[in-house]
Design a protein around this ligand. Structure first.
Ligand SMILES: *[C@@H]1O[C@H](CO)[C@@H](O)[C@H](O)[C@H]1NC(C)=O
Ligand SMILES: *[C@@H]1O[C@H](CO)[C@@H](O)[C@H](O)[C@H]1NC(C)=O
Ligand SMILES: *[C@@H]1O[C@H](CO)[C@@H](O)[C@H](O)[C@H]1NC(C)=O
Ligand SMILES: *[C@@H]1O[C@H](CO)[C@@H](O)[C@H](O)[C@H]1NC(C)=O
Ligand SMILES: *[C@@H]1O[C@H](CO)[C@@H](O)[C@H](O)[C@H]1NC(C)=O
Ligand SMILES: *[C@@H]1O[C@H](CO)[C@@H](O)[C@H](O)[C@H]1NC(C)=O
Length: 262
């Protein structure tokens, strides 16, 4: 009982420090994100910034862009293109993209204004693009914060613009192509598959079962091609690619599945 109370108290005091801001989406337009990550992009954005500033809470994103500004005294969590991309996704979540809203893009120069921190004291520094500082990345992995892989390298425009249609299409296809194993910057969020035998170097390898994701719950494996050296998916009728981690090596499988639902 005492332990239980202590847990409640520590939970409450944690809540007192880490307040939640405007994290809800206006409509179902960003459901693809929330379903894949388990939280809205505004929550991901808020938690990323809370690593540097525990008091940070997402406000109402500014439709006169930039949606937000990087103005934390310790700015390494927001002084980067990953945080800017998340702030744009959060704006689209708060405003809604469909069926009630219309998606918002950013014109060239918007990223620069985000970094400029126009609310308070000028520019954040140092700026990092298409990656995150090591200490921030370590905290992300320690707290199992899930940031989709393409948000690092692929969703970045050097003129400071940003496009919802392009970004959402890329993320949705990546989530589906990786069967949800799309958070591989951290071992803590990479889906592991236990192999029954050690990995041979050339022969075909079968994982003991398909990972239990919603996408594969109606599917049974009929054949699996190890595609480290050979990506022979030509004979697959319904194939998908998955990245699995086994010990220190990452293995890519092309799997052929058959639908059990008939
Ligand atoms: C919203 O953005 C505009 C244009 O950058 C800026 O003038 C305005 O102060 C911002 N509003 C808020 C509440 O930050
Ligand atoms: C603005 O910059 C000054 C001088 O560098 C510093 O003393 C002050 O704390 C800063 N204000 C904020 C809100 O960061
Ligand atoms: C998913 O995105 C990551 C990061 O951009 C990329 O490395 C990977 O190849 C993509 N996977 C697929 C199947 O599109
Ligand atoms: C990051 O991107 C911004 C906007 O395109 C650019 O101004 C800045 O020079 C870039 N910084 C680095 C370190 O690449
Ligand atoms: C995957 O395996 C690695 C290495 O053993 C481990 O550190 C990590 O926590 C595992 N990830 C998950 C999600 O279980
Ligand atoms: C699995 O099949 C059942 C019956 O056809 C269907 O109702 C259900 O939505 C399917 N689940 C998935 C995840 O596709």
């Amino acid at each position: 009982m005492v332990l239980f109370l202590a847990l409640i108290i520590s939970f409450l005091s944690l809540q007192a420090v880490r307040s939640a801001g405007n994290i809800a989406c206006a409509d179902s337009g960003l459901d693809w994100y929330t379903n894949a990550v388990g939280e809205t992009p505004c929550q991901t954005y808020e938690q990323l910034r809370q690593i540097c500033n525990p008091k940070f809470a997402v406000g109402v994103m500014n439709s006169s862009l930039p949606p937000d500004v990087c103005d934390d005294p310790e700015s390494s969590c927001c002084c980067n293109s990953v945080a800017f991309g998340l702030s744009m996704l959060c704006l689209n979540c708060q405003k809604g993209t469909e069926p009630t809203g219309v998606s918002v893009d950013a014109t060239p120069g918007t990223y620069g204004k985000y970094l400029g921190g126009i609310k308070t004291n000028g520019s954040c520094t140092p700026v990092v693009n298409q990656t995150l500082p090591t200490n921030v990345q370590t905290s992300i992995c320690d707290t199992r914060l899930k940031i989709l892989d393409p948000l690092y390298a692929r969703l970045y425009w050097s003129d400071g613009s940003w496009f919802y249609g392009y970004s959402s299409n890329l993320l949705i296809s990546n989530i589906s192509a990786t069967d949800g194993n799309d958070f591989t910057r951290c071992a803590s969020t990479t889906i592991n598959v236990t192999f029954s035998a050690a990995l041979p170097s050339s022969s075909t390898v079968f994982p003991s079962s398909l990972p239990s994701t919603s996408a594969s719950s109606n599917a049974s494996v009929i054949s699996i091609y190890q595609s480290l050296s050979r990506r022979d998916s030509r004979h697959c009728r319904r194939c998908y690619t998955s990245n699995y981690r086994s010990g220190t090596s990452t293995v890519v499988f092309v799997s052929e599945v058959e639908d059990k639902s008939g």
